[in-house]
Design a protein around this ligand. Structure first.
Ligand SMILES: C[S@@+](CC[C@H](N)C(=O)[O-])C[C@H]1O[C@@H](n2cnc3c(N)ncnc32)[C@H](O)[C@@H]1O
Length: 267
């Protein structure tokens, strides 16, 4: 049954303020064992396949993975694309330590730069050169942000992207099975919940993504859809859906549209 009672304001603030600490505790408990390496990403995003136009025309393509965790997205992509360089950031220092301790990290020449950054506060352009990134991957990370901080994160990302660069997005979609299963006491606001371990989980609609990336961010929408996977439990005679929101947005070649989007307000 879905929850109807909202978490009291004091606790809402506490969960939002302590998001970084709760994710760091998550990696303290789970180390590198929670998520599996994401070998499916090139199936969903052609840009991540070796030889795709995005990479073939560029000598040394650069990707930024935001909210990289312990690197489950990074390693398969690096392995498949030998000329690719990946910047990877996360606000959990423990997660970044795990990335740096991985045997794939310290190569010569270096192919990965991992650093601590809270994308809702720290300016990425102070940490890596502005307009230097061809692809940004946002894989199950924006759902960890409260909605009022998502627009800043988008502007922050856009600043370090090259004109023509692309954002590859996959995250939880509205009415995902996990959203419908939250019990009373977990809902903060529409589509925003807190898990048992104190981490937040937001469920995206395609309209919300369009508002964030197109209306606020000034980007061009290349794809924006729900991916639905039906789970069937024959014993319990229950069918339920995993719902993901998957999208791609591109920085326009003429960035004057973006400059005006960054100065505009977002509700
Ligand atoms: C579900 S994990 C996804 C990890 C990785 N992208 C992957 O695909 O395996 C979400 C990650 O986002 C990070 N995160 C959440 N909020 C963040 C923020 N404001 N700034 C940077 N990282 C954040 C968390 O620490 C966590 O590692």
């Amino acid at each position: 049954m879905n929850s109807s009672t909202l978490v009291p304001p004091f606790w809402q603030k506490k969960y939002k303020d302590e998001a970084g600490r709760n994710w760091d505790k998550f990696y303290h408990r789970n180390s590198t064992h929670f998520f599996k390496d994401r070998h499916w990403t090139d199936r969903e995003f052609e840009e991540l396949r070796p030889g795709h136009d995005t990479f073939s025309e560029l000598k040394n393509p650069v990707l930024l993975e935001i909210g990289c965790g312990v690197g489950n997205f990074i390693w398969p992509v690096l392995e498949r694309n030998p000329s690719l360089f990946i910047h990877a950031c996360d606000f959990s220092p423990r997660a970044i330590d795990h990335v740096k301790a991985n045997s794939n990290y310290s190569t010569d020449p270096p192919r990965c730069n991992a650093f601590v950054c809270d994308i809702t506060k720290d300016r990425l352009a102070d940490l890596i050169p502005p307009q230097s990134v061809d692809i940004v991957s946002a894989i199950f990370v924006l759902s960890a942000l409260p909605p009022e901080k998502q627009a800043f994160a988008v502007s922050n990302i856009v600043e370090i992207m090259k004109p023509g660069g692309r954002i590859l997005f996959r995250d939880y979609g509205v009415d995902d099975l996990a959203q419908l299963r939250f019990k009373d006491g977990h809902k903060l606001e529409d589509n925003l919940y807190v898990r048992q371990d104190g981490t937040l989980s937001y469920y995206f609609s395609t309209e919300r993504l369009r508002d964030l990336f197109v209306r606020h961010g000034g980007l061009v929408e290349l794809a924006n859809e729900y991916i639905v996977r039906r789970l069937v439990n024959v014993k319990k005679e229950i069918d339920s859906d995993r719902v993901f929101a998957q999208a791609k947005f591109q920085v326009p070649i003429d960035t004057s549209a973006i400059e005006s989007a960054l100065t505009s307000t977002f509700i």
